[in-house]
Design a protein around this ligand. Structure first.
Ligand code: IPM
Ligand code: MN
Length: 353
């Protein structure tokens, strides 16, 4: 195949993990005889500093023309504590999602056998946890009408029926391909928007008779995720709930640095880690590149290149088994590996196969 990939390294640790994602992509393409080309583009705080816009027109064009976007992270502390800032790096990510119509964010939560003890939850609880969170990504409070003055502020959590239907369709279809269990997560006991979600889900469920569909309030789901994470197969939820629950989900795996995601919808799909830009670690060669590298696996799998994805996953597992790990998941007394060393080890593994 011929892959044209837009690479958006962004801020903080973004550029460092981006390099590792690109190196792995190169290694896989070489192994399987694919042609690949990269177009680099600005986003986030980096783009604000350089051109005054967190998602410049040029970046949008490059994304539109690509087959896939490999995105890393955005965010910079100089904006976090300045509620008056008019432009923010995160707006770049939101603009990208909106303009590319990426309404479905697929976030797999998985455990790695050798990392079970790294989870703050007891190993026997998280063992075997393997679920997908399907997060609606272009609606809800993130994009609804907003208002802010000195005395009053609001965000509107608005969803239309077509927005709900299309994300639920994605969720039912994933459930069909997996263990056929879908949990619709909402707050229908309080929120009107959630009641519409639940109504639409109940209307659609009979079209998927093989799928067991259940409904769970988000507060309860947050609890169930740590009480019995193996309960879940596919969960689907609105934008804000999905944001919160997937950070919680990363604790099941043991590190934020392990979870990739795919955002798909109307235009070019985007593959990105679920973690942020971790500015404190910038340039220190300590960030875990695995979430980015696993995003590359999701990229290949999205295009039906299953063997390619499998080889990347195998290489990642092998690196963990060999204790070639970044500090936050390293065993006590284990050798020191940084972002670059872990990436290089994985590339070498792929080359050797
Ligand atoms: C995520 C991130 C983003 C979000 C931020 C950086 C805007 O937390 O992808 O989960 O809230 O969606
Ligand atoms: Mn988040």
């Amino acid at each position: 195949m011929d892959f044209k990939i837009a690479v958006l390294p962004g801020d903080g640790i973004g550029p460092e993990i981006s390099v590792q994602g690109v190196n792995v992509t190169d290694a896989v393409c070489q192994k399987f005889g694919h042609q690949v080309s990269y177009q680099y583009a600005l986003c986030g705080a980096d783009a604000i500093d350089k051109v005054g816009n967190p998602f410049p027109e040029e970046t949008f064009r490059i994304c539109q023309e690509a087959d896939a976007v490999l995105f890393s992270a955005v965010g910079d502390p100089k904006y976090d504590n300045d509620p008056t800032a008019k432009v923010r790096p995160e707006q770049g990510l939101l603009a990208m999602r909106k303009q590319l119509g990426l309404f479905a964010n697929i976030r797999p939560v998985q455990t790695f056998k050798c990392l079970l003890h790294k989870s703050p939850l007891r190993a026997e609880l998280v063992e075997g946890a393997d679920f997908l969170c399907i997060r609606e990504l272009t609606g809800g409070m993130y994009f609804g009408e907003k208002y802010q003055d000195n005395d009053k502020a609001y965000d509107t959590n608005m969803y239309t029926r077509p927005e709900i239907e299309r994300i639920l369709k994605v969720a039912f279809e994933y459930a069909m391909k997996r263990r056929k269990h879908l949990t619709v997560v909402d707050k229908a006991n309080v929120l009107a928007s959630s009641r519409l979600w639940r109504q639409v889900a109940q209307e659609m469920a009979p079209q998927y008779p093989e799928v067991t569909t259940d409904y769970m309030f988000v507060d309860n789901a947050a609890m169930r995720m740590i009480q019995e994470p193996t309960f879940f197969d596919v969960m689907v939820t609105e934008n804000t709930f999905g944001d919160i629950l997937t950070d919680e989900g990363s604790c099941i795996s043991g590190s934020m640095g392990l979870l990739p995601s795919a955002s798909t919808g109307e235009s070019t799909p985007v593959f990105e880690p679920i973690h942020g830009s971790w500015p404190q670690a910038k340039g220190k060669n300590i960030a875990n590149p695995l979430a980015q590298i696993l995003s590359v696996a999701m990229l290949f799998e999205h295009f039906g290149c299953m063997e390619e994805g499998k080889l990347i996953r195998e290489a990642v597992d092998a690196s963990l088994d060999a204790c070639v790990r970044t500090p936050e998941i390293q065993v006590e007394g284990g050798a020191q590996y940084g972002t670059k060393e872990v990436g290089a080890w994985i590339v070498e593994y792929i080359n050797r196969q």
